[in-house]
Design a protein. Structure first.
Length: 272
């Protein structure tokens, strides 16, 4: 670890209850939780038919010395019933779960910082459950083995936009695919359940293609956009995480103080 990172780590841990000994913090990073209202169209057609047939007959004979008679009678009873119903419309429900993406670059930035060790979190597998947001219950269930802290993240907003705008004074059209993601994050202690840091972070990405207005096929790179969002989100998360943890030691972020000290050393001029 470089001298700069050692100074930064020492400043981060000094006078703080975040760690019992100077060393990287053991953190489990959850997949991003999401909640959205889903609307679905439905159409239901029901038809049924019921029929019955009932037949009965009777026969009698009569005979005496002078005559003979034979009589028969019968009846048939047929019955038929049918029904038909038709329904269509939309229904909505709340869908909850974890998004299995956008956390790799958060973990990467935390590892690059040098003062976080990461442990593997167990995935949340319950379907459509409000317990998704109960971090304390998940800690008690042992979903973050070996971790001193859990970085829990949830998505506030995620929005794709696709636009086509003409470039002035040309016959060119600018086609843009962009994605913006906003998430909320909390760093929670697995020992006493205290929240040590809480913040929102944003990731942004876009792909732009220029095409003549005379026509043609535009293929915008969705993978590139998602990659840019993931990287920028990771950078924003580590920046705010460092600032909030460092602020526990004083009025200014530690990395800012270290930079100022380095600057002051460079500006010292010794005259002999």
């Amino acid at each position: 670890m470089s001298t700069f990172k050692k100074v930064l780590l020492a400043g981060l841990l000094l006078g703080s209850s975040l760690a019992q000994a100077a060393g990287p913090l053991k953190v489990a990073v959850t997949d991003l939780a999401y909640e959205e209202r889903v609307q679905e169209y439905f159409r239901s057609i029901k038809a049924s038919e019921k029929s019955s047939l009932r037949a009965s007959g009777r026969e009698s004979e009569r005979e005496n010395d002078y005559s003979y008679s034979r009589r028969s009678s019968g009846s048939v009873n047929a019955k038929s019933e049918s029904s038909f119903s038709y329904e269509e419309g939309t229904y909505s429900y709340i869908e909850r779960g974890e998004l299995r993406k956008f956390t790799a670059d958060i973990k990467g930035e935390m590892l690059k910082s040098g003062y976080f060790n990461l442990t593997q979190a167990k995935p949340f597998t319950a379907k459509n459950s409000e317990k998704l947001y109960d971090v304390i219950a998940r800690i008690k269930q042992g979903m973050y083995p070996g971790a001193d802290y859990v970085l829990f993240g949830s998505i506030n907003s995620i929005e794709f936009r696709q636009e086509a705008n003409p470039v002035q004074h040309t016959d060119t059209v600018s086609h843009t695919l962009s994605l913006e993601l906003v998430g909320e994050f909390s760093l929670v202690s697995t020992k006493n359940y205290q929240v040590k840091a809480s913040f929102s972070a944003m990731g942004e990405g876009q792909d732009v293609k220029l095409l003549s207005s005379r026509g043609g096929r535009v293929v915008l790179n969705r993978g590139k956009v998602v990659s840019e969002v993931s990287k920028s989100l990771g950078e924003d998360v580590i920046k705010q995480l460092e600032e909030q943890l460092a602020a526990l030691n004083g009025d200014y972020p530690v990395h800012e103080t270290v930079i100022e000290r380095e600057k002051s050393k460079e500006e010292v001029i010794i005259f002999r």
